[in-house]
Write a protein that binds this ligand. Structure first.
Ligand code: NIG
Ligand code: FE
Length: 404
């Protein structure tokens, strides 16, 4: 039996695998056994899938149907918050100085070490609810506020349990190399990540990806290479935070080791962008981070000029406190001058590629997972045009309405 028919939509809009944007006016989508089985005009879809015969039907008159959003970069599991640091930054404090003085990531590390696994699960479930309400149906979540084996494992177990209990598909990433803890120097800590943390994470199958913060004052390119190569030996696919504040060469490393994604990229040069494109590394731009730090944005036009499609992500974390892919689309357009079509692609099909989900996730093509959003706007262009409000109304995961 058909799970769901969404019909009479003002517009159904979906990128295809190759990045084209397909739109159907007065459109419909049918989902069977959790998978998209038809997309097209309401007339053609409902002929084969009459709404009255489906388990569930949504009249989407006046609304737009899009693939569920994919958020390919979050640090959504943690304890505490850093609202006061946001105020301090607005008054002129610097993100890297705060970290160097034991605040920032290290402050969240202290709070997360003190939290129980159950508390972390509850915290993450709350965050996943907010993400879902704003249209996210698949999200990557990183560890990295433990910086010791117990807490890194506790975070990844919390991710696993929250994922089991929540409709959002969660992709776990191990990020022991997120900062250097106060009781070690960098060389020593990299050894701990490689020799103590990675083997336990891999043995217990707790993560799919391994990520590292390749940045001045944090992990050098050599340190990052060591962590990511060790991760790969343990079966974890590399990702990297690269070229955010300084151009250390993290994107060149990403290209060299064929990472799945390289993220941030504010300082990347034309040569870096070409290298990423040639190595098939998906760039992930994080406009919320620039917004929360009140700095310049990554240069999306340079990626466009090089014909390298970018993903966008929230980077949700205690420094960049927004769970919303809707708002990320707004910022991609306003802050990075991306077109609405490019931003929607970045939030769906290209985002899926950034976390190795190439089964149609992020599209509404036949055979794709039945994940979609119904937004109260007449076409996809209106999504960023009507910025700063919640346009997403209904969210469907595997053919089931999971938020309305
Ligand atoms: O991607 N840059 C490193 N990691 C996060 C920030 C984490 C934090 O400040 O807690 C990021 O922006
Ligand atoms: Fe990050």
């Amino acid at each position: 039996m058909t799970d769901l028919v969404v019909y009479d939509a003002s517009q159904v809009a979906t990128p295809t695998d190759d990045g084209e944007m397909v739109t159907v006016q007065d459109g419909a989508v049918a989902i069977e056994d959790g998978v998209v089985t038809a997309i097209g005009s309401t007339e053609s879809v409902t002929r084969n899938y009459p709404p009255e015969d489906a388990m569930n039907a949504i009249d989407a008159a006046g609304k737009t149907v899009l693939p569920g959003f994919v958020d390919p970069h979050t640090h959504a599991v943690f304890a505490g918050d850093r609202a006061d640091e946001y105020t301090a930054k607005l008054e002129g404090a610097d993100y890297q100085d705060i970290l160097a003085e034991g605040g920032g990531i290290l402050r969240t590390v202290r709070a997360t070490r003190d939290a129980s696994r159950d508390q972390l699960v509850e915290n993450l479930l709350v965050q996943l609810d907010v993400m879902l309400a704003h249209g996210t149906t698949t999200a990557e979540v990183k560890s990295g506020y433990g910086l010791d084996v117990e807490t890194e494992v506790k975070m990844l177990e919390a991710i696993d349990e929250a994922a089991d209990r929540h409709p959002v598909d969660v992709v776990p990433t191990f990020m022991g190399a997120h900062a250097v803890p106060e009781d070690a120097d960098t060389d020593e800590y990299v050894d701990r990540v490689v020799e103590e943390q990675l083997p336990v994470v891999a043995k217990n199958d707790l993560a799919e990806f391994c990520d590292v913060f390749c940045e001045a004052g944090v992990f050098s390119v050599e340190h990052s290479r060591k962590v990511l190569e060790a991760g790969r030996e343990h079966g974890l696919t590399p990702k990297i935070h690269a070229d955010e504040f300084e151009r250390l060469g993290g994107s060149q490393l990403a290209a060299d080791i064929e990472a799945t994604s390289a993220d941030h990229l504010l300082q990347s040069t034309e040569a870096d962008i070409t290298a990423l494109g040639e190595a098939n590394v998906t760039p992930v731009l994080l406009p919320g981070t620039a917004f929360s730090l009140a700095t310049d944005y990554a240069d999306a036009s340079a990626f466009e000029a090089a014909d390298v499609p970018v993903a966008i992500a929230t980077d949700f974390n205690p420094n960049c406190y927004s769970q919303s892919m809707e708002f990320t689309i707004d910022l991609a357009c306003n802050g990075m001058r991306m077109t609405p079509a490019a931003a929607v692609r970045g939030a769906t099909v290209t985002a899926a590629k950034a976390i190795d989900r190439t089964d149609g996730t992020g599209t509404l093509q036949e055979g794709a997972p039945g994940d979609l959003v119904v937004a109260d706007v007449p076409d996809y262009q209106h999504l960023p045009y009507n910025f700063g409000v919640q346009n997403v109304q209904t969210v469907v995961k595997h053919g089931e309405v999971v938020h309305r």
